[in-house]
Design a protein around this ligand. Structure first.
Ligand code: MSP
Length: 648
């Protein structure tokens, strides 16, 4: 730790499944973690911020197979490919210090060692797994945990599952974990404690299945080939392997473990607050100081999906409204511990009200007035007015403390509310002091200068405290105040801005958005792309290879071709099939071809079909053709292929 640092601070996001592109819900958690990490850095902590991807498991294996690539190629593309996870975090200005992928060699090797240690200490044993398995969630459930017989997380069907597997003795740690949850502040918000204890611990904790044999895309159990480590040991220990636990790649464990806080979504609180501490207890390792279970972003009360007309692609939203506006919206609008309803309307309205009207106006008006009345710098001669200034100055002076109180409890919404109360008060202060009236009389110039100074100082402190949420905007505000100081110390004291501050004008920080127009644009962008529907392919029942082999498919050249009299459908062909005698075949394609078009063409015929009579004429075989819509297309080959060649 550096000498000046206040201490170390280790914070993590969940590691995300790269089974598909990440959406605004994942972005929400990462932005919150980033805000916390930036806040702690601002305070002077030596911060380690970890995020990453959880790349193993059956779902990834299945998705890769569907995509026709290897699982590694599949996850590489989602993580490192264009528009992937790394690009998204870059776009969103996420200041992570380390990114772990569970397919990283050092992590894989470390997980094998961890698994073996727990096997050797007796906490992992071999048994038979019988239970209910939710494939999309990769979760096992007991009968009692199912909701209406379905997966309690996603509501989908579960399957009976039975196989040889390793188990972790979770039951052994039930009492210690219950004590941890009930008698410490390990898990927050508090409401989640009751949920965990009542739903999972009190009904009886069962041992946890920690290996699988039904898929291969995972960390192999090195002492028992065929088993791969089932996802949660692999996933949860990322928080420690990324610091160097059981590997030489990193060496920060003593500095940063135990973690100060794991931010996780509410659906994985169970894994982090019951299973994770139990595994750490098994290895006699220190427990993280806190797990915070945040709520979900919902769309019309349900889980995220694109069907409702709301854009959930963070790329589109950030591009459209700006990264800082999006970051701000996510943390300003929803209490972090509860669910929140995401909508395009709410996003636009927050931008208009808080950012364009309140913050943006305060900055523009203040800087514009300072420049208009005094040019580039404020004069040193300034006149305070205790009665007029006290309330604003008092509010701004105590802002850092009130903000800190909220931030320490991960109450981002409340911390921002404190800032915006001050911003509103400052806008009112402008009206109360009416600088445009003061400016009319030269004698009022010192008072006018003080009014503007108070406003600029308010902007500095608010702008500085907004940095964890809107880093680029905060920097821009500092620039408009002539490169004002925004370090933690100075944000706690009113009056640190130099009285002769030099201001810099600039365009509106957040232009107002035309709600109606923009909603239409977004709706349009969100419309599903019309994909022409492919005809349903019907397959006939399988036939044995020796049956198929009986079909004789021969390359033929068209010698003559003519219409069959009185038939609309039939064309009569004489064909060179490589034998001495020409072959006659009748084919129902008259609607689609002119006979002369086909003379000389190289086609494929089934030549051992029993001869049939059609319209009084013999047909010895059948020409192969493919359907396209209503049309039949003869299968044509390259003319260089000799008549009589066989299709194999
Ligand atoms: N891989 C596991 C986590 C392992 S951590 C050791 C996993 N991955 S996930 O990709 O499914 O999602 C993880 C996290 O994404 C959630 O816990 C949550 O933080 C975030 N969110 C996913 N959808 C979300 C919303 N709709 N709203 C808010 N957060 C959401 O579970």
């Amino acid at each position: 730790m550096c000498e000046k640092c206040k201490g170390n601070f280790y914070i993590t996001t969940p590691i995300y499944y790269p089974s598909a592109k990440l959406h605004i819900g994942h972005t929400y958690c990462t932005v919150a973690t980033d805000a916390m990490a930036r806040y702690k850095r601002l305070q002077g902590y030596n911060v380690k911020f970890l995020t990453g991807t959880d790349e193993h498991g059956q779902k990834i294996e299945d998705k890769a197979r569907e995509a026709g690539v290897t699982p590694q190629q599949f996850v590489d593309n989602i993580v490192e490919g264009e528009g992937g996870v790394l690009d998204l975090w870059k776009l969103m200005n996420i200041s992570y210090d380390r990114f772990i992928r569970t397919t990283d060699d050092y992590h894989v090797a470390a997980i094998q060692k961890i698994f073996k240690k727990m096997y050797e200490n007796g906490d992992i044993y071999k048994g038979t797994y019988k239970g209910k398995y939710c494939k999309p969630c990769e979760s096992f459930w007991t009968e009692s945990q199912l909701v209406d017989g379905k997966c309690p997380d996603c509501g989908r069907e579960v399957q009976d599952a039975e196989e040889e597997a390793y188990f972790f003795r979770l039951s052994k740690y039930a009492d210690r974990v219950q004590d941890l949850l009930e008698n410490t502040d390990f898990l927050e918000p508090r409401s989640r404690v009751h949920e965990m204890v009542n739903n999972f611990i009190k009904p009886g904790l069962e041992d946890l299945c920690v290996s699988r044999t039904s898929f291969t895309w995972g960390v192999p159990v090195d002492f028992d080939p065929g088993h791969v480590v089932y996802v949660w040991i692999d996933a949860l220990f990322n928080y420690m392997t990324a610091l160097g636990f059981e590997n030489d790649k990193y060496n920060d464990l003593s500095e940063f473990w135990p973690a100060d806080v794991h931010f996780v979504g509410k659906e994985i609180v169970r894994f982090h607050s019951i299973i994770w501490p139990a595994m750490l207890m098994s290895l006699n390792l220190p427990l993280p100081k806190k797990v915070f279970g945040h709520g979900w972003l919902l769309l019309d009360g349900g889980k995220m999906s694109k069907s409702k007309g709301n854009v959930v692609d963070p790329y589109i939203l950030a591009e459209h409204f700006g990264v800082d506006a999006l970051r701000f919206f996510l943390l300003r609008t929803f209490p972090f511990g509860s669910d929140g309803n995401f909508s395009n309307e709410a996003l636009i309205s927050t931008i208009n009200v808080d950012l364009a009207n309140d913050l943006g106006n305060l900055v523009s008006r203040t800087v514009a007035m300072a420049q208009k009345y005094f040019g580039e710098t404020l004069p040193a001669e300034q006149l305070a007015n205790e009665e007029m200034d006290a309330e604003l100055v008092g509010m701004v002076s105590g802002l850092r403390a009130r903000y800190e109180e909220q931030m320490e409890h991960y109450a981002f919404q409340n911390a921002l509310a404190e800032i915006f109360k001050v911003i509103s008060r400052a806008n009112k202060y402008i009206d109360e002091n009416a600088p445009w009236v003061l400016a009319k009389d030269e004698a009022n110039k010192p008072r006018l200068a003080k009014v503007l100074y108070n406003l600029l100082e308010t902007v500095r402190i608010c702008g500085g405290l907004l940095a964890p949420f809107m880093p680029a905007t905060s920097e821009e505000i500092a620039k408009r105040l002539g490169g004002a100081q925004m370090d933690w110390e100075s944000l706690g004291q009113f009056g640190m801005l130099t009285p002769t501050v030099a201001t810099v004008a600039g365009p509106a920080l957040f232009p107002r958005i035309d709600m109606e127009k923009e909603l239409k644009v977004l709706e349009e962008m969100n419309k599903p792309v019309e994909v022409p529907t492919e005809p349903e392919v019907e397959f006939k029942p399988d036939i044995a290879f020796d049956e198929f082999e009986k079909v004789d498919m021969t390359v033929v050249k068209v010698l003559t071709c003519e219409k069959v009299k009185k038939s609309e459908k039939l064309l009569k062909f004489t064909l060179d099939d490589g034998s001495k005698e020409p072959r006659q075949i009748l084919s129902g394609i008259a609607k689609f071809y002119e006979p002369e078009q086909l003379i000389g063409k190289t086609l494929v015929a089934v030549t051992n079909l029993a001869p049939r009579k059609m319209m009084g004429q013999m047909s010895c075989g059948m020409l192969l053709s493919a359907e396209k819509g209503d049309k039949l297309n003869l299968v044509m080959l390259d003319d260089s292929i000799a008549a009589g060649s066989k299709l194999v």
